[in-house]
Unconditional design. Structure first.
Length: 218
């Protein structure tokens, strides 16, 4: 499972194309997985992924925690390169943090091969999914009032059902990542040409493709 929501920092090197990677090639190993498998750390990662760089104080206010707690958990995530310091921001009085380029992938055969690894993968996956649901509900309830009809019309909520083999399902995922990488590169070039005058919003892309367990009972 991959969370490809790293902050798009123009100064950062472009991540390796996801479409060309072997499955779980860059998945977190057990030490990093254990470091992330904490509810508050997953929330911190979600905030940095969804809304971009922030300080410990900013995250503390958003999440209802003390800045001491968020500072500690930020340092633990940084030890495993899940996040990195954003050295282009701040005055030196307080450190800014952002997601490391390339996003986060979990669920490697190595980590799923132990009870502790499976539990850690489950905790992180559930945290991601619950966050996605919160973001979607907020959009459905307040999107029109916040952004107006034009942005609502440009948004897409899609559910599809396909009859596929395991190989075709894997191909679908590869094609999705390849498309995303191609468009991100194209839009980055267009942004350089257009400058800062074009209106942009942070958006979240949710994509799920999995065999339905319930079909076995139908």
């Amino acid at each position: 499972m991959s969370d490809d929501r790293s902050d798009e920092n123009p100064a950062a090197p472009a991540p390796q194309a996801a479409g060309g990677r072997r499955p779980f090639e860059d998945a977190l190993g057990m030490p990093a997985l254990r470091a992330l498998a904490h509810p508050l750390r997953v929330e911190i990662m979600n905030e940095l992924s969804d809304f971009g760089p922030a300080t410990a104080s900013m995250l503390a206010e958003r999440l209802g925690e003390s800045s001491g707690a968020t500072s500690y958990h930020l340092r633990q995530l940084a030890k495993h390169a899940i996040i990195v310091e954003d050295t282009e921001r701040g005055s030196g009085r307080e450190r800014w943090w952002r997601m490391a380029p390339g996003g986060v992938t979990i669920g490697s055969p190595e980590t799923l091969g132990t009870p502790a690894g499976r539990e850690a993968n489950e905790l992180i996956s559930l945290g991601w999914q619950q966050n996605n649901e919160r973001r979607l509900v907020a959009f459905l309830r307040r999107g029109l009032d916040t952004f107006g009809f034009d942005w609502m019309e440009s948004s897409t909520l899609s559910t599809s059902h396909l009859e596929v083999t395991r190989e075709q399902l894997a191909e679908f995922g590869r094609e999705y990542y390849a498309l995303q990488d191609r468009l991100k590169a194209k839009w980055k070039a267009e942004a350089t040409e257009a400058g800062a005058d074009v209106e942009r919003k942070r958006v979240q892309v949710q994509f799920n493709a999995f065999p339905l367990v319930e079909q076995e009972d139908r």
